[in-house]
Design a protein around this ligand. Structure first.
Ligand code: AP5
Ligand code: MG
Length: 212
């Protein structure tokens, strides 16, 4: 299955892509995680990305398109993949089409902006990609990742003023992709307001019902 996972910042893309990845045994590729790893490593890509991410803006299309091309050509994506956070603009979606990769569904997790703001304030993440919430989805031991045992932390772009900017960027540049994929008959919208397990159930039901 070749899946695009969309949704506002904090809608639950990372949380749900972990579940989909386990159930269908396909890798999740998060452009956000790749860019954060580059920032941590201090590479040229990281230095370029940091200014945009810290300001709640999209990293330039050409940069992320280059990253995705490389990943999709790699062996690990040959039996399917989940794109978490790509495409995020119409030019990115067109670039993906131009690669000739078949997409089975573009799944959008729908969550209201005021819920997003509450979620972001309690999020804790791990550099391995795991995402927790102090109240709604806590790690077994506070401050320690269940998956790899590393220390969890607050993401730099989860400061309330940056979250507001990221939401505005989402509505202006990414939300139009819903119409783009609806026109292709690929859009699936799933309510993400309820608990994590409720959203997972809705997603599994939706993906089970499409023939791949
Ligand atoms: P990215 O890392 O993708 O951030 P995002 O899209 O803003 O999304 P998040 O990762 O913040 O949220 P999520 O949807 O994964 O939610 P999560 O599962 O963690 O991108 C970061 C930046 O990189 C962008 O701003 C941009 O600058 C750049 N970038 C990335 N891709 C790009 C691209 N293609 N083009 C250009 N620039 C790009 O959940 C959030 C919290 O809520 C967690 O605490 C979680 O535990 C909790 N939670 C989840 N589900 C529920 C639930 N149902 N109920 C209660 N709590 C829940
Ligand atoms: Mg994420």
């Amino acid at each position: 299955m070749n899946l695009i996972l969309m949704g506002a910042p904090g809608a639950g893309k990372g949380t749900q892509s972990e579940k989909i990845s386990e159930r269908w045994s396909i890798p999740a590729i998060s452009t956000g995680e790749i860019l954060r790893a580059a920032i941590k490593a201090g590479t040229a890509l990281g230095q370029e990305a940091k200014t945009y991410i810290d300001d709640g803006k999209l990293v330039p299309d050409a940069t992320v398109i280059g990253i995705i091309k490389e990943y999709l050509a790699s062996d690990k994506c040959q039996n399917g993949f989940i794109l978490d956070g790509f495409p995020r603009s119409i030019p990115q979606a067109e670039a993906l089409d131009a690669l000739g990769v078949k997409i089975d569904a573009a799944l959008s997790i729908e969550v209201a902006d005021d819920t997003i703001v509450k979620r972001m304030s309690g999020r804790r993440v791990c550099s391995c990609g795991a995402s927790y919430h102090v109240q709604f989805n806590p790690s077994k031991v506070e401050g320690v990742c269940d998956k790899c045992g590393a220390e969890t932390y607050v993401r730099a772009d989860d400061a309330p003023e940056t979250v507001t900017k990221r939401l505005a960027t989402y509505h202006a540049q990414t939300e139009p992709l819903k119409a783009y994929y609806a026109e292709k008959g690929l859009l699936i919208e799933v309510q993400g307001q309820q608990e994590v397990s409720d959203t997972t159930r809705l997603i599994f039901d939706a993906l089970d019902s499409i023939s791949v």
